[in-house]
Write a protein that binds this ligand. Sequence first.
Ligand code: MN
Length: 208
Amino acid sequence: MPARTCIAAETTGYSTGMAGNLRTYRRKRRFDTTSEPRGSDAAPGARWVIQKHAASSLHYDFRIEAEGVLKSWAVPKGPSLDPRDKRLAVPTEDHPLDYAEFEGVIPEGEYGAGTVLVWDTGHYEHLTDEDLDVAEALRRGRVSIWLEGSKLRGGYALTRMGGRDQWLLIKKRDEGSDRRRKPLQKQPKSVLSNSDLDEIAERGPALE
Ligand code: MN
């Protein structure tokens, strides 16, 4: 493969990231200046996490485990419990599984600089089709999963629109849908530390 093709494949991140590697994630970070995990080998189970991320703009990072990594989307408005809401989800690079527990400050000047809070996490069940695994459903651009978390519970659909870089995250109609409950506003704190973004930011970047 010519060198130029290799570079292009690495920088597109998402499209090649479906192969399940962490090259893009690692390339964007300097692990001597950020306390984010470097990423270790795969652990069993199917996890998901939503991290509230106060970076250049506030957004929620939705990540689900597949193929040994966390497949990731940035959701500017965060998840909704209302099936009428369509939430834009923009794919970002695969993250290592241990990123699901990351909460803290990404230093100024680093990729994603800002404060990260674990807003909700748990395990999920794949609902799309019993003959498909999650990774294959994601490649086809349509996946349904049941989230078991502390704040979110129930089915969600992730659907790719047209091209590769825009998806929608939509709550399915089930016992977990609710038009009135607003967990983003009413339950803003971390499920790991019960801290809010300001409290996490005050601790500053902590390197081991
Ligand atoms: Mn983010």
